[in-house]
Design a protein around this ligand. Structure first.
Ligand code: NAD
Length: 506
């Protein structure tokens, strides 16, 4: 066993990846090796689920749903409150496991677990606020209102880069809404998922519950594909690349199911002439280099006013030079590894493409000569019409583009297929308001004087265009996890019809 945290979280050298309180001892899918990206060494092995295991898990979730849907929402909230407390107790260990398995620096690993705790707290309050509207009926003696009911067991497919928080955004909200949740995590991060499932198991067992939360670790084929096509799961919430989202969207819509898609981003900051450049420098550095450029909200395009572009780029390059790269578990390290060898190859190829398309790398662009999957954070001078700039390369590459007028900056800003997160740095209220107006940023998230990443759970999170249109976490995102029912009660003795229609016999 490579790290004591694994044992403390109940993980063995070989683990079942399929279960819900009662684990399937020998699931029939492929074995998955969990690798520490900081040294390339295995952490533990996981037996992935095959189709038969998947079906067993769905059947248990269907059975659990019959009881869970009739449990009062505030009572469901109480169980989610206890889950939040169990996560508080496990925060240090789980945060460290995120660091070990996903390569996030310690404070970001802990931050992910904090996000899980925060969304549990939010969901507890929500469990008493699943409000429906009442509307006046046009018919005498009639009352009209709407109410919200649970959907059923739902499928949650997650990406490697938020191995636990994204599950929690979905699961805590879905659970208070009365849904059971079947989770297919990324095969890059199966151990964090198993550790979370074990925590859920303990909380649920204290209430005699099994199957409210369940786990099905496995490859996209067969598990992810089976979920997307499965009419027993009325909602599929899927987080990952646009390529994945396109396939999941087709499979779910084919069966007229619902999908909630949280897909790739290509996020930009507009840096105006009037901006507070000290503030902007810190924000750009965190947004572009944090999580080694592997956040969906990572800053990928910096659109700088031409009058400040040269000086600001020089300052940025100096700041990049001071970023400590290394073992993400070590204090003071700001940038850990990429997730795997494929990610390193993709980044190095992208750097070649930048040059081939006429861009210029002014910092970074290379792999670090050490074990694990480390690269240099990279700054490249580029143009908006370079095809590579329109792609999301999931690595720490920042393109610097320049503009003359705000209109020109907005065209560059909105000129990509993705629409997740965006920001402007300016001290002028007119520029800020233009950016937030209907002709401004076309993204799901638009910030002023803060960077593109680091959203709070209280807001609805998600993006437009090819980012998929889904919204998770706060605000009224809960409505995606429920079905709306419009009800009319005739409390009078007569039967008047709407719109004055008459249908009387004799
Ligand atoms: P990925 O698309 O490779 O995989 C994501 C998940 O989808 C995995 O669990 C994978 O097994 C599954 N999957 C892949 N193909 C599938 C299919 N055909 N059917 C069903 N499931 C399938 O993404 P990744 O490399 O793990 O994560 C990085 C990507 O995720 C980036 O594009 C990033 O922007 C995006 N992301 C988006 C958000 C958001 O909220 N918008 C959050 C995190 C990550």
């Amino acid at each position: 066993m490579s790290h004591p945290v694994l044992a403390r979280l109940g993980l063995n050298e070989v683990n079942s990846g399929a279960g819900c309180g009662e684990w399937i001892a020998r699931p029939g899918g492929h074995e998955i090796l969990s690798i520490n990206p900081a040294d390339g060494k295995p952490l533990a092995r996981v037996r992935g689920a095959g189709l038969a295991d998947y079906n067993q898990i769905v059947e248990r979730a269907q059975a659990a749903f019959l009881k869970w849907r009739m449990t009062p929402a505030p009572a469901r909230g109480e169980i989610v409150r206890q889950l939040g407390n169990a996560l508080r107790d496990a925060k240090d260990d789980l945060g460290m496991l995120v660091t070990l398995e996903a390569g996030k620096i310690s404070s970001e690993g802990l931050g992910e677990v904090q996000e899980m705790i925060d969304i549990c707290d939010f969901a507890v309050g929500l469990s008493r606020q699943l409000y429906g509207l009442t509307m006046p009926s046009e018919r005498p003696g009639h009352r009209m209102f709407e109410q919200w009911h649970p959907l059923g067991p739902i499928g949650v497919i997650t990406a490697f880069n938020f191995p636990v928080a994204v599950w929690a955004w979905n699961a805590a909200i879905a659970a208070v809404c009365g849904d059971c949740v079947i989770w297919k995590p990324s095969t890059e991060t199966p151990l964090t998922a198993i550790a979370v499932q074990r925590i859920c198991d303990r909380v649920l067992a204290a209430h005699g519950l099994v199957g409210v939360f369940s786990l099905c670790v496995g490859e996209a084929d067969p598990v992810g594909i089976a979920m997307a096509a499965d009419p027993r799961l009325p909602l599929i919430s899927a987080t990952g690349s646009c390529a994945m989202g396109r396939k999941v969207a087709v499979a779910v819509s084919e069966r007229l199911g619902r999908s909630l898609l949280e897909l790739g981003g290509n996020n930009a900051v507009i840096l105006a002439e009037s901006a507070n450049l000290d503030l902007a420098l810190r924000a750009v550095l965190f947004a572009a280099v944090g999580t080694a450029g592997q956040r969906c909200t990572t800053l990928r395009r910096l659109i700088v006013h031409e009058s400040i572009a040269e000086d600001f780029t020089a300052r940025l390059v100096r700041a990049y030079g001071s970023v400590k790269i290394g073992d993400p578990a070590e204090p003071g390290v700001l940038m850990g590894p990429l997730i795997n060898e494929r990610a390193v190859t993709t980044m190095l190829r992208a750097c070649e493409t930048i040059v081939a398309q006429g861009g210029k790398i002014v910092y970074g662009g290379k792999r670090l000569d050490r074990a694990g999957f480390f690269v240099e954070p990279t700054v490249a001078l580029a143009r908006g019409d370079m095809p590579i700039v329109r792609d999301e390369t999931f690595a720490p590459i920042l393109y610097v583009l320049t503009y003359k007028t705000l209109d020109e900056a907005l065209v560059l800003h909105n000129g990509v297929e993705q629409g997740l997160s965006s920001a402007i740095f300016t001290e002028r209220v007119t520029e800020a308001e233009t950016f937030l107006s209907a002709r401004g940023s076309d993204c799901g998230i638009a910030n002023v004087n803060i960077g593109t990443s680091g959203a709070e759970i209280g807001g609805a999170f998600g993006g437009e265009k090819q980012t998929g249109g889904g919204r998770e976490a706060g605000s009224d995102s809960w409505k995606s996890y429920m079905r709306r029912q419009t009800c009319t009660i005739n409390g009078g003795g007569d039967l008047p019809l709407a719109q004055g229609v008459k249908f009387d016999v004799g």
